[in-house]
Design a protein around this ligand. Structure first.
Ligand code: GCV
Length: 694
């Protein structure tokens, strides 16, 4: 049966949900071996259970092929006797990595999966299922692999109760898998679902999950006290898969939970309260990883209330966490959300760099600054945040958004691995700005050089929907996130190949077409929504669908400044907000000059007339028309291609994706017509080829 066990799924393998990229195929091949798992720690024991379930799932008793042997165990568990001479010899010359990496050795039909630590076995199992989907190895294999990034974190924006933002803020896949009705989900089915999730994310190398929304409301504040025992039950499941648990905390918790009259980070009583609370949390939660904090941001409390800096705020938490080798992930999404739209000198894009760059070096070693990939907020196209290159003496993590808030909300196909890879490969010092410094170099810094931890964080896109992500093809975004967080150098197209290969059983021509379609989907989404880096033309509040002036006169700092003559935000140092000068010299020069600024970011950096000729040779307004017509045609093409693929995937996937393409097409037409009509009415310039604009 293709693609795991969707219809009539075997409840013992994936208890409550689809198996996504963990197909029966690769796993079943593992299960045909005589398997021995050595070790009794929680991670190894869970892995043993998984392999036993797989073996039962894969076939009748006796299906095991005696000539194939799979031995799994962390290094301290292995003995020469267990290994046998061939594997023992191979292991002697293999360099098994010290941290979370793993080694797979195959000799004479026998396979060894080993690691220095049990968590490495879990990640190695992911590699084995990928590799063995293609067949049991008939030649010798020596494969050693370790993550290139230390922090590989999923942030859930899950609330405990339903509210104006839903149970999952910006969630497009059902409700929270962790919380419901003001409590932690701890029923057997709930924990089984969490186990399914842990199995999925550990297979792609994720090593920490923050359970609750960075916007911490009154109920979630109590995750630190009255709900802590229940949180421990989730943490135990995650921990048994090598995944640590993080909690978002409210900066003013010393007041709301502790009964103090202040949350001033320099007040001794506040420090003592955090220390005592953190001790309780860390000693209760298996695999506790630390806190995530959104402070002085979008009306959240923070150190500024007390005239203190973000470093003061982060450091009081870091001190409380340090004895437990836990981290504070301090978000840099700090800007004025009460801006006067008439004030053209204030620029939200500048805010993160203005607030944090000057504090580099003042943070504790276990504090990590979490920086969104762009300076605004996960738009389909933004420049890379200059703050990422401005923190050489501070722990830093780049934050991506897997959930598609501004990129089609898991109704539109928009494969984001392509975008993230482009960001990761972006050299902040290019064009003569200094020694190469790619975002990937920033994320991998702590693994290469030591020092404060660095990494990659993604805002999770899963929920209680059976297929996890609402749109079945959005599973690939979660997959790509994990794979790129493990190794930012991977080619996103290869990652897509892997995902398609593992998830479906398609004839090879169709598999290639699906990969191609998914690889193009980000730029297609960009083409019918946001031209030339302009952004924010979405419906305020829920952020789905077009509303060109929706954010134009609001306090959020999100403007395009379109008038009858032109459009765009002047962010140059010469005549604008000066944002361009936050980059190292090379990019500052390129972005500052309208003739060298890349087309796709022109309107992010410059206000230009509609007749301005792009580097591509066409005018701004004609580019808007052309891309919007072409974008809809591309979606029509996607839907047609999918019809050919649909016959080869399970009915649930086929129906789900067909329905989503229907909505994408409807919405893309709406985007095209509203955007084109808006700019035609503003500019009075007709389409050069006479296509219909309303
Ligand atoms: C969790 C954007 C989103 C908010 C989100 C915020 C953040 O503003 O619209 O829903 O809040 O980013 O990243 O903190």
């Amino acid at each position: 049966m293709p693609y795991g066990q969707r219809e009539g799924q075997d409840p013992s393998w994936f208890a409550s949900s689809e198996t996504c990229w963990l197909p029966a195929r690769g796993a079943a091949r593992l299960a045909t071996a005589r398997t021995t798992v050595l070790g009794d720690d929680p991670v190894t024991a869970t892995l043993r259970e998984d392999l036993q379930v797989l073996a039962a799932h894969a076939g009748a008793p006796g299906a095991a092929d005696g000539s194939r042997r799979l031995l799994v165990g962390a290094l301290p568990e292995l003995s020469e006797q267990a290994l046998g001479p061939a594997l023992a010899g191979a292991l002697e010359s293999a360099d098994v990595p010290a941290g979370e990496g793993f080694a797979v050795l195959a000799r004479d039909g026998e396979v060894l999966l080993t690691a220095a630590r049990p968590a490495g076995l879990r990640h190695g199992l992911g590699w084995l299922t990928r590799r063995f989907a293609g067949g049991w190895p008939d030649t010798d294999v020596t494969h050693v692999e370790e993550p290139r990034v230390d922090l590989r974190v999923l942030d859930h924006w899950d609330n405990m109760t339903d509210g104006p933002m839903g149970v999952v803020e910006r969630g497009y896949a059902g409700d929270s898998i962790f919380f419901a009705d003001g409590r932690v989900r701890t029923g057997a089915a709930d924990l089984a679902r969490v186990r399914d999730y842990a199995r999925l994310i550990s297979s792609i190398g994720v090593n920490a999950v923050c359970l609750n929304n960075v916007n911490v409301h009154a109920t979630e504040a109590h995750l630190l006290d009255e709900h802590l025992g229940d949180v421990a039950r989730l943490a135990a499941v995650l921990d048994a898969h090598g995944v640590r648990t993080l909690l978002s905390v409210d900066f003013s918790a010393p007041i709301s939970l502790g009964g103090l009259d202040t949350a001033d980070p320099l007040d001794e009583r506040v420090a003592a309260w955090w220390a005592e609370t953190t001790k309780r949390v860390a000693t209760t939660l298996p695999g506790f990883g630390g806190y995530v904090v959104k402070a002085d941001s979008e009306n959240r409390p923070g150190p500024h209330t007390y005239g203190r800096t973000h470093a003061d705020g982060a450091n009081v938490l870091a001190a409380a966490l340090a004895p437990f080798e836990a981290l504070v992930l301090w978000r840099c999404f700090v800007y004025d959300c009460h801006q006067d739209w008439r004030d053209r000198s204030t620029d939200r894009a500048r805010a993160a760099h203005d607030h944090f760059a000057g504090l580099d070096g003042e943070f504790a070693p276990n504090a990590v600054l979490q920086v969104k990939n762009g300076p605004m907020d996960f738009q389909v196209r933004e420049p890379v945040s200059p703050l990422l290159g401005a923190l050489p003496r501070t722990g830093v993590a780049v934050e991506f958004q897997i959930t598609q808030e501004y990129t089609g909300q898991q109704k539109h196909l928009c494969h984001l691995g392509t975008q993230w890879s482009e960001v990761l490969r972006f050299d902040l010092n290019a064009h003569g700005g200094g020694e190469p410094l790619r975002v990937a170099d920033v994320a991998t810094r702590s693994r290469r050089q030591g020092g404060s931890p660095t990494g990659i964080v993604g805002v999770a896109n899963v929920g209680t929907d059976t297929n996890w992500t609402g749109h079945a093809l959005a599973q690939a975004n979660l997959y790509a996130f994990g794979r790129l967080a493990w190794n930012p150098e991977l080619d996103p197209r290869d990652v897509l190949d892997e995902w398609v290969e593992q998830t479906f059983e398609l004839p090879s021509g169709l598999a290639g077409e699906l990969v191609e379609l998914m690889a193009r989907s980000w730029s297609v989404y960009e083409s019918y929504t946001a031209p030339l880096g302009v952004g924010w033309m979405v419906r305020p509040g829920h952020h789905y669908g077009p509303d060109i002036d929706g954010y134009e006169y609001t306090p959020w700092g999100t403007y395009h400044f379109a008038d009858r003559d032109g459009i765009g935000v002047d962010r140059t140092a010469a005549t604008g907000t000066g944002y361009a000068a936050q980059y190292p010299a090379g990019w500052a020069r390129v972005y500052e000059d309208v003739t060298t600024c890349p087309d796709e970011l022109l309107l992010f950096f410059h206000h230009v007339p509609y007749g301005h000729v792009l580097r591509s040779g066409t005018t701004v307004v004609q580019h808007v028309y052309d891309t919007h017509f072409a974008g809809v045609e591309a979606v029509e093409g996607f839907a047609a291609t999918w019809q050919r693929i649909a016959a080869h995937v399970p009915g649930t996937v086929s129906r789900n994706v067909t329905e989503r393409f229907g909505e994408q097409l409807r919405s893309a037409r709406e985007w095209r017509d509203q955007v084109n009509t808006y700019f035609f009415r503003k500019s009075g310039v007709p389409d050069a080829t006479g296509r219909r604009i309303h």
